[in-house]
Ligand binder design. Structure first.
Ligand code: FES
Length: 312
């Protein structure tokens, strides 16, 4: 798939990027290697050695912060992608300028490492909230299918402990400040059988989604508009039609009683690794079709692609 090269993709959670071991990620068909240099700064290069195309992620990170290819040992600088050292090369010899890795823009904020394929793009700004729960899931569907599922029925790809999503939309999918926003009615998952005949919808799920990257800020609210849960989900298209979703979540106000206890469980949020085909077959693509129209309208309008991150 071809991607807008000015977009910033949250390709890793901060703790996944270390100076111990390179991390391999994809942005669409573009392989990227991430690591931290000796100053602790996250770096991103194309994950192909300019010498003989070996993945740099199979190499190692040296004490001086350079990444070293595991094949013939050439070392590259993360900021520029320049070749810095070749083993056993004499001092007076010069490096051929041809051997330079593609360096990408990197920005680290709010617990995510974001990469932009355009190294000159301006980094986005975002708030620095605290998150207690984290996860990374490779979902076996395309980026577009993942977003369509999120709009049409979040239960296809998400689960929140003790909460059931309803088909009822409180506010239609609409555009607000360049984000796609919608609100869906939810119920507490009934504690006792029969589970299907609960007529109350005291909860709402508010989602604010970037129309291109699909980065979503999700808030679960109770009937008094208290925020019970906030989460950021960052889906990034990876190779072979897989979508890598990295997420962070934090509980809001502490809700007493059994319901609240369910939400306060070990991990309140689950991102499913695949979509249930039977459920998908019977899900009407009503919201996602509207989302496609909105997305196209937003794409036709002049965009500020850098302002893609919303505060929590
Ligand atoms: S392929 Fe990387 S140094 Fe030769």
């Amino acid at each position: 798939m071809s991607l807008d090269t000015d977009l910033w993709w949250a390709v890793a959670r901060s703790e996944e990027v270390t100076s111990k071991k390179p991390l391999s990620v994809d942005i669409g068909d573009q392989p990227v290697v991430l690591w931290r240099d000796h100053h602790g700064i996250a770096r991103a290069l194309e994950d192909r050695c300019p010498h003989r195309r070996a993945p740099l992620s199979l190499g190692c990170i040296r004490d001086n912060g350079l990444i070293q290819c595991g094949y013939h040992g050439w070392s590259y600088d993360g900021e520029t992608g320049r070749l810095k050292e070749i083993p056993n090369m004499k001092d007076q010899q010069k490096f051929p300028p041809l051997y330079k890795a593609n360096a990408f823009g990197v920005s680290e904020q709010a617990g995510f490492v974001r990469v932009c394929l355009n190294p000159k793009a301006e980094a986005p700004l975002s708030a620095e909230p605290k998150y207690s729960y984290i996860g990374t899931v490779n979902v076996s569907c395309s980026h577009q299918e993942y977003l369509d599922a999120l709009y049409d029925d979040p239960a296809l790809i998400l689960a929140i402990r003790g909460v059931r999503f309803s088909p009822y939309i409180m506010s239609e999918l609409h555009e607000e400040g360049g984000m796609l926003v919608m609100e869906r009615s939810c119920q507490w998952h009934p504690l006792h059988w029969p589970s299907h005949f609960v007529a109350e919808f005291p909860l709402t799920l508010l989602t604010r989604t970037h129309p291109l990257t699909g980065e979503t800020h999700l808030t679960l609210r109770d009937d008094a508009f208290n925020d019970l849960l906030h989460a950021v989900l960052s889906p990034v298209p990876a190779a072979r039609g897989v979508t890598a979703v990295r997420w962070r979540a934090e509980l809001g106000v502490r809700r007493p009683g059994l319901r609240g206890a369910m939400l306060r469980g070990v991990n309140p949020l689950t991102v499913l690794s695949s979509i249930d085909g039977s459920k998908l077959r019977t899900t009407k693509p009503t919201v996602s079709l509207h989302g496609e129209d909105l997305r196209n309208a937003l794409l036709d309008a002049p965009q500020d692609t850098h302002d893609q991150t919303v505060a929590a």
